[in-house]
Design a protein around this ligand. Structure first.
Ligand code: NAD
Length: 298
């Protein structure tokens, strides 16, 4: 039996979002409120350099400005706070991205909280997180929103759906839980202290996994026909000595059991970038509305 229909292809889902985003970006530019992102990277990281290149290419294709700023690994937290403050008050900047990873001395959450909520395109400011707790999705955390978008592509009815989320980080697992509760799903959140993961995962109509452990979820841990959204990104070396990127699921065994599965790469990743771009036009639209409310039409 062909298994193609089981694969939730993130590149196709992302491509389906881009028309609307580029149209909104063009309208903003025409009214003098062109969306402009600034990406802040601290220290050297090959992984983050690849993400930034990808984000820049996508942004520019959609008509969203993208300015890359790199700071040395030994920059102080005060200096970085000053950088964020400057970007907050710069009217040409409509969105700020803090690239991960950051060096150990940089408290990324504290920095995130310094970003003006209207420029918080990553959806990680406490007020953005608060909005999803109150069922008001304005600019949600990109990976969490992308993961839920992918589940929606299955056509499963979310009301009453039994969902298990494995991983309870602030940027992925917890926001997914809130987003799904807003949709009426019944949510169980598992983590490293969960006693028997498979007892939970085998009950679920949909499983999200965001842990960072290759092969954590195997086909026998999934209910036949369930949806599996794999958020993990792990660099491994295969038996031939080649390096490759895999998710947290053992893809082959899960493909056998699951009704739908996201590949890694090519699943959650591309949709995450698309959500970041969608948040970026939303931010510029909100800034435009705020400006017009204060000063009238531009
Ligand atoms: P994190 O380290 O902050 O959290 C890991 C979570 O996994 C914790 O909740 C922990 O309790 C749980 N955990 C650890 N061991 C476990 C086990 N044996 N059983 C069950 N739960 C366990 O990680 P994070 O930042 O949420 O990232 C998780 C993964 O998602 C990583 O691979 C990361 O690279 C990936 N990620 C992907 C995207 C994307 O756009 N696709 C974005 C962010 C993170």
């Amino acid at each position: 039996m062909s298994t193609d229909h089981k694969i939730l292809d993130g590149r196709t889902v992302a491509a389906g979002m881009y028309d609307d985003i580029s149209h909104r970006a063009a309208e903003l530019a025409a009214s003098g409120f062109a969306p402009n992102l600034v990406s802040v990277s601290v220290g050297e990281s090959d992984a983050s350099r690849l993400y930034v290149r990808n984000q820049k290419r996508t942004a520019e294709k959609l008509g969203i400005g993208f300015d890359e700023r790199e700071y040395p690994a030994d920059i102080s937290v005060d200096e970085l706070t000053g950088v964020i403050g400057g970007l907050n008050t710069d009217p040409r900047v409509t969105g700020i991205i803090i690239q991960r990873p950051v060096p150990d001395h940089v408290p990324v959450r504290t920095l995130q909280a310094k970003i003006h909520p209207l420029k918080d395109v990553e959806g990680m400011h406490p007020s953005s997180i608060g909005n999803i707790v109150y069922n008001e999705l304005v600019m949600g955390p990109c990976t969490a929103v992308a993961s839920v978008e992918l589940l929606k592509k299955t056509g499963l009815e979310l009301k009453g759906l039994e969902v298990v989320i494995i991983g309870h980080s602030e940027i992925v697992g917890k926001p997914i839980a809130f987003l799904l509760m807003s949709e009426g799903a019944t949510v169980t959140v598992c983590h490293h202290m969960t006693r028997n993961l498979r007892v939970h995962s085998r009950q679920a109509d949909a499983v999200f996994v965001a842990v960072g452990k290759p092969g954590l979820v195997t086909g026998d841990m999934i209910k036949p026909g369930a949806a599996l959204i794999d958020i993990g990104i792990n660099q491994i070396t295969d038996t031939d000595g080649n390096s490759k990127v895999v998710g947290d699921a053992d893809f082959d065994s899960c493909l056998e059991t699951a009704g739908w599965i996201t590949p890694v790469p090519g699943g959650v990743g591309p949709v995450t970038v698309a959500v970041l771009m969608r948040n970026s036009v939303t931010a510029a639209e909100l800034i435009k509305t705020r400006y017009e409310g204060q000063f009238g039409q531009a």
